[in-house]
Design a protein around this ligand. Structure first.
Ligand code: PLP
Length: 385
């Protein structure tokens, strides 16, 4: 059987995770070293200096490239460091990037408050409308950057459609696949050129490390991203690489449980009289439910719900006990957050209003605790409203 034919869980556990050839250790070692001893001038074992490459990092990059179906992967110190690397590698002064209008707030913050100072142009578009993306294309558009489903409004973009628009205009499509993980969504198979993850989330899965990855599909992705690791140096440390290697071994089973618990919590919230609205692509009446069924292998565990006001959100969030109030998502533990004052504060009131993000919205990353306990916790917390 060829490695390419292995199922997802087998790939996650074995690709890049082969036993250490020097000792037989079944777990990839943490190569805590800054440099490598060379046999003689110009003769070494493929590793020269740890900013350039590290065997633990190599193994993780092999694993993540395989899980996303790409040809290369490069890991960085955080998800935002990975986004930065893409812009450093593939954009220069005078270039234009089209970005989804309700992606993770840190992305437009980087674009508007850092990269705009270097003469890069940005347009923010509702990428759920492929015609709007087409209209926004310019002669100098190099990248379309999307997140699907979006954070926190759970709006989907048709990856295959937007990939066609990008390619017709000579641009590349990059997809932030953090919310779904490679288990539930495969953007490259749908035509995306690059996939990004904050490995901090589902890939690590245990809320114990930051990280980011860019999976590429073309030789110039691999060349430029490897060069940027060496040139700019925002690489992932061997220990954090090891944590992600350990985390992905259980990605398949975790995602099955996340998805199952997500369905149970979404159903509960929808029936709750204090909850005004639930944003979740698994509902048959979600405007893009058909696309969700076609494009994703499940609906994930990210759910946003409307409590009615900032005060209501505050009251309930003060009461949660099983769910932890905090930024981030994708850990085994249920994390609950308030996008308007936390992840999307940088968008400003006007920016949030424009995309329909209200002060009463609460976002939950449903963990893999017993669903009944998560539901009981939300029920008692909602009673405070
Ligand atoms: C969808 C998404 N993309 C990117 C990021 C940024 O990743 P990091 O926090 O690892 O820098 C986040 C962080 O919350 C995110 O949720």
């Amino acid at each position: 059987m060829k490695k390419k034919e292995f199922g997802f869980a087998t790939k996650a556990i074995h690709l890049g995770q082969e036993p250490d050839p020097s000792t037989g250790a079944i777990v990839v070692p943490i190569f805590a070293t800054s440099t490598y001893v060379q046999d003689e001038l110009g003769k070494h074992k493929g590793y020269e200096y740890a900013r350039v490459s590290n065997p633990t990092r190599t193994r993780l990059e092999q694993n993540l490239a395989a899980l996303e179906g790409g040809t290369s992967a490069h890991v960085f110190a955080s998800g935002m460091a990975a986004v930065t690397a893409v812009t450093q590698c593939f954009l220069k002064q005078g270039d234009h990037l089209i970005c989804g209008h309700n992606v993770y707030g840190g992305v437009p913050r980087l674009f508007n408050q850092v990269l705009a100072n270097y003469g890069v142009e940005f347009s923010y578009v509702d990428t759920s409308d492929a015609a709007a993306v087409k209209k926004a294309m310019r002669w100098n558009t190099r990248i379309i950057w999307i997140e699907t489903p979006t954070n926190p409004l759970m709006v989907l973009t048709d990856i295959a459609e937007v990939a066609k628009v990008a390619h017709a205009g000579g641009a590349e499509l990059a997809v932030d696949n953090t919310f779904m993980s490679p288990y539930l969504q495969s953007p490259i198979a749908l035509g995306a050129d690059m996939v990004m993850h904050s490995t901090t989330k589902f890939l690590n899965g245990h809320s114990d490390g930051l990280g980011g990855v860019i999976v590429g599909t073309k030789p110039h992705h691999a060349e430029k991203l490897a060069f940027m690791q060496k040139a700019a140096g925002a690489i992932l440390s061997p220990f954090e690489c090891w944590l992600v290697l350990r985390g992905v071994k259980s990605l398949a089973v975790r995602m099955v449980q996340h998805d199952k618990n997500g369905r149970a919590v979404a159903d509960f919230l929808r029936k709750h009289k204090k909850v005004k609205k639930v944003l979740y692509p698994g509902f048959a009446d979600h405007p893009q439910h058909e696309l969700a069924k076609r494009q994703m292998k499940g609906f994930g565990s990210m759910i946003t719900f409307e409590t009615g006001s900032l005060n209501n959100a505050k009251k309930m969030l003060r009461k949660v006990r099983v769910c932890s109030l905090g930024e981030s998502l994708g850990g085994v533990e249920s994390l609950i957050s308030h996008p308007a004052t936390m992840t999307h504060a940088a968008l400003g009131e006007h920016g949030r209003k424009e995309i329909g993000l209200t002060d009463g919205m609460v976002r939950i990353s449903v963990g893999i605790e017993d669903a009944a306990d998560i539901i009981a916790d939300l029920d008692q917390a909602l009673a405070a409203i």
